[in-house]
Design a protein around this ligand. Structure first.
Ligand code: FAD
Length: 474
């Protein structure tokens, strides 16, 4: 027994929600589209899980942060899917895919067939046991990828109010969780092997700023080391972590953010892979012509990087690749190849940063590192390739995005350092004057409101006012 659809989206996360809206805009008819998701709720804005969801007061809860609220679009509640005749198959894991027969087999034994498949399976959090750590069954060990993970984290935080937490990992999940824990009045120690936090993006100078800020909030950093084991009580709960050098750190709970791995397993041997994900072309089409892949799972060519394939683990890319795939599917041969400017952001406490492009080449810091309005530019072979800005205004973020997209030539690095964000503002202004806006700088790949994910990426503490009074959901 089984069902058949014209279009099936496998996975019900951020990308699935944005794809669904685009399908409806492009005229998909009731009964043609199905979304299959292991999660038991309709697609939602995942970044909210480490931000508004963890607030101690007026926390965000569904339905308030269903997609596509993060791009100021319609909020797609389960009612919306029903009204539009989209079949939501929730709480259902797909356990096998047969791309030759165009079928998916669910864990409940149903076969679902399609004409066109979009793979939007995202990624899963890496687990400590995969690195040989023992004692990881403790109920007070938390991960954060799904709504159920976030609910468990909230329960665990509530059970150890006033206590101590250890955060394993210094990436954005670790940093955002640490901020949330502090906001919930839990003392935090962060443990990670790198020399500084956010090592994949931050320079040591940028990291210094955030580490000092976190320390001012009471966070203790234990850097350059890893966890080697847990000490558990008689009920199995973790009471301490043991570090590689034998140091014992007592704790009431543990949050693990050590990275993710894309969910590609169903397609091993059936599709071409790249960068640990599913390889697609500029139409988001895989090596199988009726199968597309989007979001965290897809490795796609970034024109701005000379066509280099990238697999991005960020929400803006999930949204844009999803919409692009639907356009390619609904208008075959008409959609140009995706021309994407990599973008990501984070907001913690009262801080907020955005990054555009690539962090290769020479790095030039600028701004006031003491006053929380600073940034960095990356210049490669005489051209601007990346920009980071903390504490910028809407115009400034827009300006750095446009300058990176235009690969502005940079002759004088000292001048770039002196001008800082004004460099981008001036380039934008000059472009507007000399060409009426259509010259050196082209319109950014996405407008501000869509790029920022403004509604979702609000800070854990700094914008509590906003949460409480104006956007209760985030
Ligand atoms: P997901 O949103 O992960 O969705 C994948 C879906 O597929 C899930 O519902 C999953 O259950 C389902 N699935 C997988 N396998 C199967 C299967 N076999 N059968 C059925 N269903 C399946 N990015 C930023 O840029 N800024 C941020 O501030 C930010 N904050 C974040 C905070 C958190 C806590 C997390 C976890 C991520 C954050 N991200 C952020 C990253 C961003 O959320 C992801 O890039 C985005 O969710 C990717 O979307 P996706 O649709 O590809 O995957």
């Amino acid at each position: 027994m089984g069902r058949a659809f014209v279009y099936v989206i496998l996975g019900g996360g951020v990308a699935a929600g944005y794809a669904a809206l685009e399908f409806i805009r492009k005229g998909v008819q009731p009964g043609e589209l199905c979304i299959i998701s292991e999660e038991s709720v309709a697609p939602y804005e995942r970044p909210a899980l480490s931000k508004g969801f963890l607030l101690p007061e007026a926390p965000a809860r569904l339905p308030a942060f269903h997609t596509c609220v993060g791009a100021n679009d319609e909020r797609l509640t389960p009612k919306w899917y029903k009204e539009n005749g989209i079949e939501l198959v929730l709480g259902t894991r797909v356990k096998a895919a047969d791309l030759r027969r165009n079928t998916l087999l669910t864990a409940t034994g149903e076969t679902i067939s399609y004409k066109t498949l979009i793979i939007a399976t995202g990624a899963r959090a890496l687990r400590l046991e995969e690195f040989g750590i023992r004692g990881t069954e403790g109920e007070n060990i938390c991960y954060l990828r799904s709504l159920s993970d976030a609910s468990k984290l909230v329960d665990t935080m509530n059970a150890c109010a006033g206590g101590h937490a250890i955060v394993i990992g210094g990436g954005y999940i670790g940093m955002e969780c640490a901020a949330a824990l502090v906001t919930n009045r839990i003392k935090v120690s962060m443990v990670f092997p790198e020399a500084h936090c956010m090592a994949r993006l931050f320079t040591p100078k940028i990291a210094d700023f955030y580490e000092e800020y976190y320390e001012s909030k009471g966070v203790n950093f234990i850097k350059g080391t890893v966890l080697s084991s847990f000490e558990n009580d008689s009920e199995g709960k973790v009471v301490a972590v043991i570090l590689r050098d034998g140091t014992r750190v007592a704790t009431d709970m543990v949050v693990v953010g050590i990275g993710i791995t894309p969910n590609t397993g169903l397609f091993d041997g059936q599709l071409s892979m790249d960068k640990g994900g599913i390889k697609v072309n500029g139409q988001m089409q895989t090596s199988h012509s009726s199968v597309y892949a989007v979001g965290d799972v897809a490795a796609f060519p970034v024109k701005l990087f000379g066509g280099r394939a990238c697999r991005l683990e960020h929400v803006d890319s999930a949204r844009k690749t999803a919409v692009h795939a639907v356009n390619a599917i609904m208008g075959p041969g008409r959609a140009p190849d995706l021309d994407y400017l990599p973008f990501f952001y984070s907001r913690v406490f009262g801080l907020s940063w955005q990054f555009y492009g690539d962090n290769r080449g020479d790095v030039i810091h600028y701004g006031d590192f003491a006053g929380a309005r600073f940034g960095a530019f990356w210049v490669d072979r005489g051209r601007l390739v990346g920009a980071f800005l903390e504490g910028g205004s809407k115009d400034e973020y827009e300006a750095i995005a446009r300058a990176v997209r235009a690969s502005v030539p940079v002759g004088d690095l000292a001048e770039l350092e002196r001008l800082g964000v004004d460099f981008a503002l001036r380039v934008n202004a000059q472009d507007g004057k000399s060409t009426g806006g259509g010259g050196l700088l082209q319109t950014p790949a996405y407008p501000w409101h869509a790029a920022a994910g403004v509604a979702v990426a609000v800070s854990v503490a700094g914008l509590a006012y906003l949460y409480g009074r104006r956007r209760k959901f985030l």
